[in-house]
Each structure stands twice: as structure tokens, then as C-alpha cells.
Design a protein around this ligand. Structure first.
Ligand SMILES: Cc1cc2nc3c(=O)[nH]c(=O)nc-3n(C[C@H](O)[C@H](O)[C@H](O)COP(=O)(O)OP(=O)(O)OC[C@H]3O[C@@H](n4cnc5c(N)ncnc54)[C@H](O)[C@@H]3O)c2cc1C
Length: 397
């Protein structure tokens, strides 16, 4: 897969398709209330600066979301689908933001004056970034603590071919220039109440889902976790056969990465049906393009190392009368010859939520695995809640 920018004719064709629906269903469907109706109208007038501003006012990661947003939000609401096909809104958004970035068309941010209140944001994935964006608009001084040495959180696991890292850094720079923002990388925070004692008026915890799910099967230690695999795919590149266990978006990224890194054969093991896989049309297409095999209604029960390869023991699954998945008796077989088995079962939060006065939580840590734009929406919403709770009025400065 490649970053989804449009060519000039593709861009013009998509813009022309807009029906200018007065009810703006595309805006209503966007978790951060970006208005494709309006930014497309600006782009039609060739006013890319205005189009980019309309996006950036609502979304601090406008280009990132343009590249990776699934088709289930604005595109799904686009009424053009009743005539032929919906406008490919995310790629249009990415293309507008790319042109604005490359031609330096973005209007510099207007900085709000300091309102006298200080907020700590822990974690700089999309939800933390959105919290910083919203809080600084309201004049809060924000100190952000990030365990990693860079921003983006789980976005950094998305294959580079789909999301070049410099786009995340570029969008973050817009916010980071603000004198109200102070950032501490390589800083893990565990004691949130201590920050309140240090003088912060509120703390927003936006630490995502840090604990990978496991299968709990014999031989699991012979497999590789998807976060480790996606962080260092070159370390695990192989010309052999690769198995990916799991059927979600992260599993798709692992399967495509393995195929594009030279694996002879890539096979996904999915417990449910093909139609149950919660992946987008584009993701399905990418699997076909990379000739990834999908073995559905199959559970991996054990992994064994034999000589230089791995064997996955699998059994078939079926839905019982209650609609629950169960194993098909005596269906276990051994599938040998894998050079690599990647577990991509998703993640869960690594800590319990303990919201107390002036400690707030945002993003995937609250909602479970979501999407970048939903995490952004959560960060914005929590920032507004913080503003309501602690006020934006200068008190003692
Ligand atoms: C492989 C993969 C592919 C994906 N593909 C897509 C896609 O195509 N489209 C899409 O919209 N979404 C996609 N997503 C989902 C999207 O990336 C997440 O929904 C989003 O990043 C969640 O944002 P968040 O801010 O809640 O958490 P995260 O992005 O997980 O960020 C949390 C941050 O907190 C930091 N942190 C954790 N603990 C601490 C601590 N104690 N102190 C300081 N910092 C800490 C972490 O280092 C991290 O930077 C994908 C996710 C994965 C894993």
C-alpha cells in the first residue's frame, strides 16, 4: 500500500462529485466535526489555504487522518453514493493538506493568551495531541509527558508506506511551537495525583492501550507480538512462510508488511468468518493485491518449533445455537513450515481507570481500540470538559 494522495485529475474528479447537500451529512459523520462540504467548496475555488485552514481548525492531524481514516465516517455518509460512489473524502483531505504543507500555505496559529491554569497531558498519541490542541486554544499552559521519544503513539505502528512519520512530526510542530506547550519525551508518568500536588490544575491521561492481548496457548513465546513486529519489520523480514493470527486492522498491516517484505506466502488465521472481519474495503483490497491467504473459522491452539520452522496446530471453529464460537471436535491439524508467526489480537489498557477530581482520561484507554479520528475527538471533548470543570478565568496571576 502507498500513501493515499490523489493525482491532479483524480483530485479534480473527486471535487466535482460534491452535491453540496445543505444538511452536510459528511460533517455530522465526522467525529471531530470537520466539514468536507466546506473544505471541498474552498478547494473547488482553488483556495487550498482556506480549505486547509477549515480542516486544521477542527483537526490537528488533518493530513494524518486524510491518509488513514477508514471509510466508515464521512465517506459512509456521503449522499453521492446514491448516484454512483461516495466522494473519496479522506484522500481529498490528505491531498489538500499535502498541497498546503508543500507550498507553505498554512496560516500560522493564533496563540491565545495564558489563562492562568496549567494542565498536564500524559501520552502524545492522537488523543493527547488533540487535548493539547484544544487546551492551548483556550489559553491553558500544557505540559505533555510522553514515554516514547516521539509523538504519535500507536500511529507509529502503521506501516510507513501508509503513513510516513514526517507527516505526524510536521503536524505536531504546528502545536509544539506554541509558547503555551512544554513537552517532555522519554518520560513515563505513573503517579497522576502527584502532578496535582506539583501545581497542575488538572491531569489528562491519554496513554492508549499498552498491553497486547495474548492467546494463552502452549508455544506462544515462539510467536512475535504485532507491536514488536510493526516497530521493526525489517528485523523479521523473511523469504519463508508467515502466519498472522488475528483478523483486524493491525493483523492486516502485519500480513501486508510481511508480503511486501518478501515472504513467500502469508496466511492469516481468523477465528470468525470473512464477513466478520472489521476491516475496510481498502484493507480487503490490499490483502487481495498482496495475495494474502485468509483461513477463516480457525483457531490456533499450539505452536511448536521443529528444526528451523514453526508448526501451528489449528482447529476449526463453528457458531453454536447461541451464536457463540466453539471448536469443532476432532478438527485439529498441524500446519508446519512457518518461518514466523505474528500474533495480532489487539491490545487492552494496562491500568485501571481511576478518575478522581481533576484527573481525566481520554482516547483508547477509555473507549478501547478505536481509530485516530475517534481518539482525537475524545481528546478534544475531554479538554473541553477540563475547561468547564476548572474554568478558563485567570485567578491569581
Ligand atoms: C497497527 C495499527 C494500525 C492502525 N491503523 C489505523 C488506521 O488505519 N486508521 C485509524 O484511524 N486508526 C488506526 N489505528 C488506531 C489508532 O492508531 C489508535 O486508535 C490511536 O492511536 C489511539 O490514540 P490514543 O492517543 O488514545 O493512544 P495511543 O496512540 O496508544 O497513544 C498513547 C501514548 O501514550 C504514551 N504513554 C503510555 N503510557 C505512558 C505513561 N505512563 N507516561 C507517558 N506516556 C505514556 C505512549 O507512548 C503513546 O505515545 C491503528 C492502530 C494500530 C496499532
Amino acid at each position: 500500500m502507498k500513501p493515499h494522495y490523489l493525482t491532479k485529475p483524480q483530485f479534480a474528479t473527486e471535487l466535482e462529485k460534491c452535491l453540496k447537500c445543505p444538511t452536510k451529512p459528511c460533517e455530522k459523520a465526522c467525529p471531530v466535526h470537520c466539514s468536507p462540504h466546506d473544505f471541498i467548496a474552498a478547494a473547488q475555488k482553488d483556495d487550498i489555504a482556506q480549505a486547509a485552514d477549515l480542516i486544521a481548525r477542527q483537526n490537528p492531524l488533518g493530513e494524518v487522518c486524510g491518509l488513514i481514516c477508514p471509510d466508515k465516517f464521512c465517506m459512509n455518509a456521503c449522499l453521492r453514493s446514491h448516484i454512483d460512489a461516495p466522494i473519496r473524502i479522506p484522500p481529498v483531505q490528505a491531498e489538500i493538506m499535502r498541497r498546503a504543507r508543500e507550498n507553505n500555505l498554512r496560516t500560522p496559529l493564533q496563540y491565545a493568551p495564558f489563562n492562568g491554569k496549567r494542565v498536564a497531558v500524559i501520552g502524545l498519541g492522537p488523543s493527547g495531541i488533540a487535548a493539547v490542541f484544544e487546551l492551548t486554544k483556550l489559553g491553558f499552559k500544557v505540559t505533555a509527558f510522553e514515554a516514547a521519544n516521539t509523538v504519535g503513539g500507536a500511529l507509529n505502528l502503521i506501516p510507513m508506506a501508509r503513513l510516513p512519520r514526517e507527516i505526524i512530526a510536521h503536524e505536531w510542530q504546528y502545536l509544539a511551537q506554541n509558547p503555551l506547550v512544554e513537552t517532555h519525551f522519554k518520560t513515563t508518568v505513573a503517579d497522576y495525583p502527584a502532578l496535582l500536588q506539583q501545581g497542575f490544575d488538572a491531569v489528562i491521561v491519554a496513554t492508549g492501550e499498552q498491553k497486547s492481548r495474548s492467546l494463552g496457548i502452549t508455544g506462544e513465546s515462539l510467536t512475535i507480538d504485532y507491536t514488536e513486529y510493526l516497530k521493526n519489520p525489517e528485523k523479521y523480514a523473511t523469504t519463508g512462510n508467515v502466519a498472522v493470527v488475528g483478523g483486524g486492522a493491525a493483523a492486516v498491516d502485519c500480513a501486508n508488511t510481511a508480503a511486501e517484505s518478501g515472504a513467500a506466502n502469508v496466511e492469516m488465521f481468523v477465528r470468525r468468518r470473512l464477513s466478520d472481519m472489521r476491516i475496510t474495503v481498502a484493507e480487503r483490497y490490499s490483502l487481495l493485491q498482496n495475495q494474502v491467504n485468509i483461513t477463516t473459522m480457525t483457531r490456533v491452539t499450539m505452536v511448536v518449533k521443529s528444526d528451523d520452522t514453526l508448526t501451528a496446530y489449528t482447529c476449526k471453529t463453528q457458531f453454536n445455537a447461541d451464536g457463540r464460537l466453539e471448536d469443532v471436535p476432532q478438527s485439529e491439524i498441524a500446519r508446519g513450515g512457518f518461518a514466523l508467526i505474528v500474533l495480532a489480537l489487539g491490545s487492552t489498557r494496562a491500568e485501571d481507570l481511576q478518575p478522581t477530581e481533576n484527573i481525566f482520561y481520554a482516547g483508547d484507554i477509555v473507549t478501547g481500540s478505536s481509530t485516530a479520528v475517534e481518539a482525537l475527538a475524545s481528546g478534544k471533548q475531554i479538554a473541553q470538559e477540563v475547561a468547564k470543570r476548572i474554568g478558563t478565568e485567570r485567578t491569581n496571576t
